[in-house]
Design a binder for this molecule. Structure first.
Ligand code: HEC
Length: 151
């Protein structure tokens, strides 16, 4: 009995530890996208409500999200009905696991989890690793945004 209880506590702590790490990495994004995921109108796009729309685009959406973080983004995107014609710097210095964790935090925080497509699986470090060698420019990442057909 006692052993089981201790195991439960250890598992709970482990789960908390995992959740905290995505949030911790996301702290580096929050200066622009805000801790609330709401962004700053006219300057930094909201990730709240928008990321599930991107996730709904399947593999192309998953790849785009990872590419934005690895390579940055430049071009006039539309998010939640507003145009953002700015630039995001690349965050390719983050580890594969940290890129996945920051994005998974943003994909599931602020009620985004309830908007994700059915059966959505969290991004993995392996997916991030596989995309690193493509070395896109921020403009090429924007081309991939256009192909998603969001607007
Ligand atoms: C210095 C400010 C800044 C920081 C820090 C920043 N971003 Fe961005 N991000 C932007 C801007 C600006 C855009 C839109 C670029 C454009 O207009 O082309 C953007 C776009 C995005 C997009 C695409 C949104 C869409 O609707 O297509 C994602 C995803 C994203 N950021 C995630 C992140 C994550 C995750 C981090 C942290 C690892 C992060 N950003 C850090 C400024 C920032």
């Amino acid at each position: 009995m006692k052993k089981l209880a201790m195991l439960a506590v250890a598992l709970a702590l482990g789960a908390v530890g995992l959740a905290a790490s995505g949030e911790q990495v996301y702290a580096q994004c929050a200066g622009c996208h805000q801790a609330s995921g709401q962004g700053v109108p006219g300057a930094f796009p909201p990730l709240a409500k928008e990321l599930p729309l991107i996730a709904a685009k399947g593999d192309a959406g998953r790849r785009y999200l990872i590419q934005v973080v690895l390579f940055g983004l430049q071009g006039p995107i539309v998010a939640q009905g507003k145009t953002y014609d700015s630039a995001m710097p690349p965050y390719g210095h983050l580890s594969d696991a940290d890129v996945a964790a920051a994005l998974n935090h943003a994909l599931t925080a602020w009620g985004n989890d309830k908007l994700l497509p059915k059966g959505f699986k969290p991004l993995t470090a392996e997916e991030v690793k596989a995309l690193r060698s493509s070395k896109l420019t921020p403009q090429q990442v924007f081309e991939n945004w256009k192909k998603l057909g969001l607007k």
